[in-house]
Design a protein around this ligand. Structure first.
Ligand SMILES: NC(=O)C1=CN([C@@H]2O[C@H](COP(=O)(O)OP(=O)(O)OC[C@H]3O[C@@H](n4cnc5c(N)ncnc54)[C@H](OP(=O)(O)O)[C@@H]3O)[C@@H](O)[C@H]2O)C=CC1
Ligand SMILES: CC(=O)N[C@@H](CCC(=O)OP(=O)(O)O)C(=O)O
Length: 349
């Protein structure tokens, strides 16, 4: 135990934080030495989360950068938007490395952040030094980083489904439409009218049309990959399930291609990236096939009639979409094998 990397979690009482605790419990090289809460410091974490009884007997700590540094070397911030933009600089100043799960450091432009999140942006200097931790695309930049910005859940599924085809010039960037669906844990643990049982059960609804805060994050990466400005139509839906995201992506092909061509392209692009699995021809992934795991599974259907391809990309929003990807980034940041502590089978059924 003594030689493990010590990590702290701010926002440890939220869904992302609790998932970090679950996954890090099995990590061979890291241990959680401080679970932190802004509202319940001094109470045992297992009191609010009986599934952690006997596993975590400690009390929640408050937010104090110097005290966190005395207990840990790396901090995960799993906090609502607008918190890490102010807290992370203090944590970095105290000598900690930070992996932020919120949207605060994902967008390089402070003006764009303000426009979509309706909050005060992080300082420009911090936005510039943050590395966008989509490991399969920007993994080389993650190693040794001090501040990692973990991608959003929807952008993770969407971008992993789009980047290889876009990078290869196989799809027309002006034709991208993403129809995305999420389980309700994506909205966090707080109760709200739109997510309580009788509003959600046996219901299926679209939300934040053309206003979702993940639109600029997706477009920022697509623009970077394509080398020209890319916009995309992106629509989110809530599904009455607990975990999972499915991004159903449509785009026009620039030349005639088959499912097999796409499968080959994606398998080459993700060669050596253990968390992306590309399905064989005619087999499309379902959210249950990745549940509880750090996998992103992808399948294709080319329609030669319309010249379009449909790409299905699924993740578990709390794992590959949040805590799992954050640990994958920790692994890369520390120079460890990215599979460390994450090499497990999805929960099925
Ligand atoms: N849920 C998901 O699938 C995903 C979430 N994310 C992002 O990760 C972050 C965490 O999400 P999630 O865990 O779902 O959210 P939750 O709402 O479940 O948890 C957020 C936690 O942050 C803490 N918190 C609230 N206000 C403050 C504050 N002012 N200062 C410090 N801590 C605060 C709260 O704990 P306490 O009161 O104990 O401090 C709360 O438990 C969010 O930015 C979210 O958008 C990203 C990808 C996927
Ligand atoms: C189902 C659901 O409500 N999902 C949330 C995802 C929030 C999130 O993860 O936000 P950031 O990545 O921007 O921090 C939403 O659509 O806003």
């Amino acid at each position: 135990m003594g030689s493990k990397l010590k990590v702290a979690i701010v926002g440890s009482t939220g869904y992302g934080g609790v998932e970090l605790i679950r996954l890090l419990e099995a990590h061979p090289l890291a241990e959680v030495t401080s679970v932190i809460s802004s509202s319940s410091a001094g109470t045992p974490i297992a009191e609010g989360f009986p599934h952690l009884s006997e596993i975590r007997t400690d009390l929640l700590d408050g937010i104090d950068p110097a005290a966190i540094k005395a207990k840990a070397d790396v901090v995960f911030t799993a906090t609502p938007a607008g918190v890490a933009s102010k807290l992370a600089p203090q944590l970095l100043e105290a000598g900690l490395k930070v992996i932020d799960l919120s949207g605060d450091f994902r967008l390089k432009s402070p003006e764009v952040y303000e426009q979509w999140y309706k909050k005060e942006p992080a300082a420009e200097h911090d936005l510039q030094r943050a590395v966008f931790g989509l490991a399969e695309v920007y993994g080389d930049q993650v190693k040794g980083a001090e501040l990692i910005s973990n991608p959003g859940c929807y952008p993770t599924a969407t971008l992993l489904g789009l980047v290889p085809a876009l990078a290869a010039g196989w799809i027309d960037p002006s034709t991208i439409i993403v129809d995305a669906k999420s389980g309700v844990s994506g909205a966090g643990r707080g109760a709200s009218l739109g997510t309580h049982y009788s509003e959600l059960n046996e219901n299926f609804k679209a939300y934040k049309l053309n206003k979702h805060q993940h639109i600029p994050e997706i477009e920022q990466v697509l623009t970077d990959v394509a080398g020209r400005e890319v916009t995309a139509t992106f629509t989110t839906h809530l599904v009455p399930m607990t975990r999972g995201i499915m991004a159903t992506i449509y785009a026009s092909l620039t030349e005639s291609r088959t499912d097999r061509d796409l499968i080959g392209l994606y398998r080459d692009y993700y060669h050596g990236r253990p968390f992306v699995r590309v399905r064989n021809e005619g087999i499309w992934p379902a959210t249950k096939e990745v549940s509880g795991s750090n996998y992103c599974d992808i399948g294709f259907a080319v329609d030669s009639r319309t010249g379009r391809v449909t790409i299905i990309s699924v993740i578990d929003n709390l794992v590959k979409g949040a805590a799992g990807q954050a640990i994958q980034n920790l692994n890369l940041m520390m120079g460890w094998d990215e599979l460390t502590g994450l090499n497990f089978v999805p929960v099925y059924p």
